[in-house]
Ligand binder design. Structure first.
Ligand code: 7PJ
Length: 274
């Protein structure tokens, strides 16, 4: 994982394929709930060009109820073990709970992806101790209520300030700079206007000197722009990935790996041309 992060500066990108193992996930609807189906989906995504598979056992969709630590571990650990036994794809765990981080890394994950930017008690110390890369994401509020009228004076300034501060806290706790990835958190406590403004100004986040990961795939901001249901947002999602690449993002958390991979290969080839 560390090597991958070293390689994604300049024009190179990496794709993180989404593997939800929740019964109420954003768009997989629990289809990949069982370990075997999850493993197959992970292998399919790797074949389509995913560098990382992001395994998540807690739904963070707006309005979702929290799950217990034990429940989350029971959901993600068997899936991570199965992937790690059957494939060399890198695995990240999408969680905010230190106990889940620890169990997941022990099972074979090599990165922590936290929508809560390691703000839970003990999370920063846990990741410093585990020695793995972390993705710090901005969210305003908490998933259950975050879409109820979020307000900002300057959305990009606030997101950027927050990410810099979280990165500082991580470095101070012993997580080296090169193990830090940042993410503006599209759709997490942001309305359509705020998401679009933040996207337009994504360069500002990319100037912070950490690799930037974006998660826009199939999100409701695209649904609002396109007026399309979640299963008809492929083209919009790929367009958004291309735009984010052009603004400096290099890590892409997506459902549709093959299509995104093709689009970004074109970006990379053009960007890398003399
Ligand atoms: C994100 C995430 C994101 C990171 C989710 C969904 C909602 N992790 N986990 N960034 N979104 N780092 O996939 O639609 O945007 S869950």
């Amino acid at each position: 994982m560390q090597q991958l992060l070293k390689n994604i500066h300049s024009d190179h990108f990496a794709i993180m394929g989404i593997l939800n193992v929740t019964p109420d996930s954003f768009s997989d609807g629990g289809k990949f709930d069982r370990v075997e189906a999850a493993l197959k989906h992970a292998l399919d995504m790797q074949a389509e060009g995913a560098d990382i598979v992001d395994v998540g056992g807690e739904s963070t969709r707006p309005g979702a109820e929290p799950v217990s630590e034990e429940q989350e571990i029971q959901r993600v650990v068997p899936v991570i073990e199965a992937i790690q036994e059957n494939s060399d794809v890198l695995i990240s765990v999408d969680t905010s709970k230190p106990a889940v981080m620890r169990a997941a890394i022990q099972a074979g994950a090599s990165m922590v992806n936290d929508v809560n930017a390691l703000q839970a008690d003990g999370a920063v110390e846990c990741c410093a101790d585990l020695g793995v890369p972390v993705c710090l994401m901005h969210m305003k509020g908490e998933p259950r209520t975050m879409q109820q009228n979020p307000e900002y004076e300057d959305v990009t300034g606030e997101v950027s300030g927050f990410l810099q501060e979280r990165a500082r806290v991580c470095v101070e706790a012993g997580i080296p700079n090169e193990n830090i990835v940042i993410d503006p958190g599209f759709g997490f406590g942001k309305n359509l206007d705020q998401n679009v403004t933040l996207f337009k100004q994504l360069n500002a986040i990319c100037k912070l000197n950490f690799p930037v990961l974006v998660g826009i795939s199939r999100k409701s901001m695209l649904g609002q722009i396109l007026d399309r249901p979640v299963d008809e947002r492929l083209v919009g999602s790929v367009a958004a990935a291309v735009m984010a690449y052009n603004k400096g993002a290099r890590l892409f958390r997506v459902h549709d790996v093959a299509a995104t991979h093709d689009a970004l290969k074109v970006c990379e080839a053009v960007d890398g041309a003399v």
